[in-house]
Write a protein that binds this ligand. Structure first.
Ligand code: UDP
Length: 362
């Protein structure tokens, strides 16, 4: 079986790393499976791309479509045009896409129209928020997927509601958590650890990159100022996403606790998360990682496509206003962290399950 694996953006790289390892393990055991890795070039900054390939030992992509930035439609179209050529020149039996970025949806459509089977890893999650480009990507991708791999039984139920055939849905666990398990003993402190006086539990991690939080400069500044004054004398480490950085431009902010740093590589970032007091974020993936690491997470969104991080894990949805965040954060300071657990099958073995199932489909 020849599989083309697609990856385009930072969270994709983290998800494909253990899938490739699982394929290579099967190859070493003599299974008839091979892969070709296609990087669409959606994320191309070294900090968001190359660093993850190096740190997670992901093989150099066989092809880079180099689509770079653009509006939603320009980027989606560019990926489709380039990926069609890629598949025509390098035929395969299966295209594997992960997550919910534009590359996920664009490549799924191209594959399906060339009559190639599509498999979607992290299928079926839904925020119910159609203003998120990711939600549209999820729905479109899942509407043409042949084999679904899910992180929860809830995601499977969503797929059934949309009419998926039950035998095509496989609840396997979470590949992002596979990567976490595989790298926990390799994580390391970033260079600024000592310089900033960081110690276990004396700082907060902040990440913000979703359009609803960062695209309006005034409200972003209001949010940052509010967070800065909310946390007493705790330091706040803010690895700033290029999108957020571009909005702030040269704005001179007077912040006493927030320390801006570049987007971190995976090993430094996981070290920072694991040793933090709490995390404030609008990321989906980070709410999964904090759940497994038992770190309190405050998600600055009105909805989540990963409800198990809230019902089972450490995540609290706080909406997008600073007032709400302050309310939830001061309750946390008073009452301490709540009891939390780890969702079923988030055990580091999802990728192996996926490859076993795909091999059984031959
Ligand atoms: N991440 C990282 N360095 C950073 C910020 C995030 O390694 O400075 C990792 C993070 O641990 C998670 C992934 O990137 O695994 C999430 O990416 P992002 O927030 O961009 O995407 P989302 O999860 O919101 O789709």
């Amino acid at each position: 079986m020849r599989i083309t694996i697609v990856a385009g953006a930072r969270p994709n790289f983290i998800k494909i790393a253990p899938i490739i390892k699982a394929i290579e393990k099967k190859q070493n055991e003599g299974a008839g499976i091979s892969y070709r890795l296609v990087h669409t070039g959606q994320h191309y900054d070294k900090n968001l791309s190359d660093t993850f390939f190096e740190e997670l030992n992901i093989p150099h992509p066989n092809a880079n479509l180099e689509v770079k930035s653009g509006s939603q439609s320009v980027q989606t179209a560019a990926i489709m045009i380039a990926f069609e050529q890629e598949l025509l020149q390098n035929p395969c039996e299966l295209v594997l896409v992960v997550g919910d970025v534009n590359s996920t949806m664009a490549c799924a459509i191209v594959a399906k129209k060339l009559n190639i089977k599509v498999t979607h890893v992290e299928a079926g999650i839904r925020s119910g928020d159609m203003t998120m480009p990711e939600e549209i990507n999820r729905i479109v991708t899942d509407s043409i997927t042949d084999y679904y791999f899910t992180t929860s039984t809830w995601a499977g139920q969503n797929l059934l509601k949309y009419g998926a055939e039950p035998s095509t849905i496989h609840f396997v666990g979470n590949v992002m958590i596979d990567t976490l398990h595989q790298n926990l003993d390799r994580i390391s402190a970033p260079v600024f650890w000592k310089e900033f006086g960081l110690e276990n539990g004396n700082y907060i991690i902040l990440t913000l990159h979703r359009p609803a939080n960062v695209d309006e400069e005034k409200s972003l500044i209001n949010l940052l100022e509010g967070i800065d004054s909310m946390v007493g004398n705790k330091k706040i480490i803010f690895p700033i996403h290029p999108r957020t950085k571009a909005i702030l431009g040269e704005t001179n902010l007077q912040l006493k606790n927030i320390l801006f740093v570049e987007p971190q590589g995976y090993l430094n970032f996981m070290y920072l998360i694991k040793n933090s007091f709490a995390v404030i974020t609008d990321s989906g993936g980070i709410s999964e990682e904090t759940t497994v690491l038992g770190i309190p997470c405050f998600t600055m969104r009105n909805n989540t496509e990963r409800p198990e991080t809230q019902t089972i894990g450490t995540n609290t949805l706080v909406g997008t206003s600073i007032e709400n965040l302050e309310k939830f954060f001061s309750a946390f300071l008073q009452n301490g962290p709540r009891k939390a657990g780890i969702p079923e099958l988030w055990d580091g073995k999802a990728s192996e399950r996926i490859i076993d199932i795909l091999l059984s489909k031959k």
